[in-house]
Ligand binder design. Structure first.
Ligand SMILES: *[C@@H]1O[C@H](CO)[C@@H](O)[C@H](O)[C@H]1NC(C)=O
Ligand SMILES: *[C@@H]1O[C@H](CO)[C@@H](O)[C@H](O)[C@H]1NC(C)=O
Length: 204
């Protein structure tokens, strides 16, 4: 396990409790920037994510610009929050089934809302289509001008949402699937006023 030992702060747990409809958060995120920093510093100094196998690395990174116009209900465009935008940064380590996230929302207001465990997700679906959430991230917190959420999650993943087969939609999901076909995944955040999405963006 190359991921540095991490701690969960009570403030993040509190914000999780406040932002989730579920009383007991099933997601225990690491709220640590160390993996991000280690991976980036190593990349800068060696120009190679994998130069030293003992240093936590990313196989792939994504910087997704999420906007209201990309939101769909099925395939029907249903505009999200006017003027809102999101920058969803992800770094994926396949061997450790780990995804690090650094999410910034600007202009998203109101309470988060989703039948899933949290309202901030990576869903599996192509551009212009809709599909089930595979990973649920802690909701970004802070003033509406700049709500943020960062850390790393390691599988097995739980979204808290049951699919048609009765299983959790995160069941058996592996981050390697994102690396294999990022165009088949999108990321978004849902609020009471914009239940199908305030902003949305495609990973590939
Ligand atoms: C999304 O589509 C479903 C099924 O067509 C419909 O029942 C629902 O009201 C729609 N929701 C929004 C927010 O447009
Ligand atoms: C997270 O993203 C924000 C906005 O792009 C950036 O300012 C910050 O440095 C990032 N943090 C890490 C650890 O990458």
């Amino acid at each position: 396990m190359h991921l540095p030992t991490t701690t969960t702060t009570s403030s993040l747990l509190l914000s999780l409790l406040l932002s989730s409809s579920s009383a007991t958060p099933l997601i225990k995120p690491t709220v640590d920037l160390k993996p991000w920093k280690q991976a980036w510093e190593h990349k800068w100094s060696t120009n190679d994510w994998h130069a030293d196998k003992n240093v936590f690395y990313f196989d792939a990174t994504y910087a997704v610009k999420a906007t209201p116009d990309q939101v769909r209900n099925g395939t029907t465009p249903v505009p999200g929050q006017p003027g809102a935008k999101g920058l969803f940064k992800y770094g994926v380590n396949v061997a450790e089934n780990t995804i690090c996230y650094n999410i910034t929302l600007s202009g998203v207001s109101g309470t988060y809302s989703s039948p899933a465990l949290t309202a901030t997700h990576i869903h599996e679906a192509a551009r212009g289509a809709s599909g089930p959430p595979r990973i649920a991230f802690p909701n970004p917190q802070g003033p509406d001008e700049r709500r943020v959420s960062y850390g790393c999650l390691t599988g097995p993943f739980t979204t808290g949402l049951k699919g048609e087969d009765g299983r959790d939609t995160g069941d058996g999901f592996h981050v390697g699937q994102i690396v294999k076909g990022p165009e088949g995944f999108f990321t978004d955040a849902h609020t009471v006023e914009f239940p199908v999405g305030a902003v949305r963006g495609q990973l590939g």
